[in-house]
Design a protein around this ligand. Structure first.
Ligand SMILES: [Zn+2]
Ligand SMILES: [Zn+2]
Ligand SMILES: [Zn+2]
Length: 365
């Protein structure tokens, strides 16, 4: 049976029901949240505090919490205090702005030989950050208590959940950037040159023959992108067909870049022409203003972001630089559905500025 085809009333993409496509509904829910007044925000925060218990993550208030974090950049200080009082340690983002007293309480729990809920508490502290957290994590990694030995990954990996880690000497290493700019779809008239997305290149993929694209091209001289500390043009060449297993880019700040596939995905079949054409005709514009570092976590809207925290589809993933071995710094993600209606998953980009290397990998459900 052939299903009736409709077009989304907002963006025009083909869908199989009358109304708005999923992504446009997510965009509308974001715009609704962005328009919440201070009074509404305060009321929702009280509702979140009242709803804190071990089932919180399944509740409507949990969804609203992420919208407040992503679109209103709320301080979670009061929420973290309340969560500490009732012993709720999930989701860890509740503790993003945990005040020193709340952190102390959580840190004290780690000092027991058999810390219950250690994993959740560590993630909460990773999100909270702070010198006290760093010092405790580094000490417990050097001199582990019995519960530490049962963890599947070291404490320096738990810290990554908060966008940081530490070296053997206990020195803090930042793993993400302290600004975030979304890249919204735009009409050809108001697209902008600070970030270009999926721009066709001359060369073709050695594995499948698809013409490569610069999946991102960043103008690091644009004042909005100054936080990346890349004073030049950085291109990220990519085969849109076989990048699933990840790839490496060696870049120069003059826009010269070379791509190496780590482990080409698929059977070497070229991307279909109509899909390729759809991908390279979309236009985008970098947001005029920075947004919350958690912008990508607000809902499942397919928005490209530069900086901030990734919306990981699987677990958070910070890869070592293939040259120097240091953990790379996360700087952008591209949900494929922002480029191709039927695509799934997202591409995550991390950088080692010392080696001028970008590592890219894909996650999907
Ligand atoms: Zn739509
Ligand atoms: Zn390819
Ligand atoms: Zn490196």
């Amino acid at each position: 049976m052939k299903r009736t085809e409709y077009h989304c009333q907002s963006c025009g993409r083909a869908i199989y029901f009358d109304g708005l496509c999923y992504n446009c509904r997510q965009r509308q829910s974001r715009e609704r949240a962005q328009a919440w007044s201070d009074v509404e925000v305060a009321r929702k925060m009280r509702a979140i505090i009242a709803a804190l218990d071990d089932k919180f993550y399944k509740k409507e208030e949990n969804r609203e919490f992420f919208e407040l974090l992503a679109y209103k950049d709320i301080s979670t200080e009061k929420i973290a205090e309340a969560a500490t009082r009732v012993g709720v340690y999930y989701p860890s983002e509740l503790y993003r702005d945990a005040p020193p007293k709340a952190r102390e309480k959580l840190l004290a729990l780690l000092e027991t030989p058999e810390c219950k809920e250690a994993s959740h508490i560590l993630l909460c502290l990773a999100l909270a950050g702070g010198e006290d957290v760093l010092a405790t994590f580094a000490r417990l990694e050097r001199n582990p208590l019995p519960w530490v030995k049962k963890l599947h990954v070291p404490l320096s990996v738990y810290a990554q959940a908060g966008g940081w880690t530490f070296d053997k000497a206990g020195n803090h290493i930042q793993l993400n950037f302290d600004k975030c700019y979304p890249v919204f779809s735009a009409s050809p008239d108001n697209s902008d040159a600070a970030v270009s997305v999926a721009v066709p290149r001359e060369e073709t993929c050695p594995h499948c023959g698809t013409r490569l694209v610069d999946i991102l091209m960043l103008d690091g001289k644009d004042r909005r992108l100054a936080f990346l500390n890349l004073p030049g043009t950085v291109r990220v060449p990519c085969c849109p067909q076989c990048s699933c297993e990840g790839f490496i880019v060696r870049y120069q700040l003059d826009g010269d870049s070379a791509m190496e596939l780590v482990n080409p995905f698929g059977d070497g079949e070229k991307m279909r022409d109509n899909v390729y054409a759809e991908m390279v005709t979309k236009k985008f514009a970098l947001s005029t203003r920075p947004e919350s570092l958690f912008f990508a976590r607000g809902n499942d809207e397919d928005v490209i972001t530069v900086g901030g925290f990734a919306n990981w589809i699987q677990d958070f993933q910070y890869e070592p630089c293939p040259d120097c071995g240091k953990t790379m710094r996360y700087f952008a993600s591209v949900p494929w559905a922002a480029l191709m209606d039927s695509a799934e998953g997202a591409l995550y980009l991390e950088i080692c500025p010392d080696c001028q290397i970008i590592g890219a990998f894909h996650q999907q459900t």
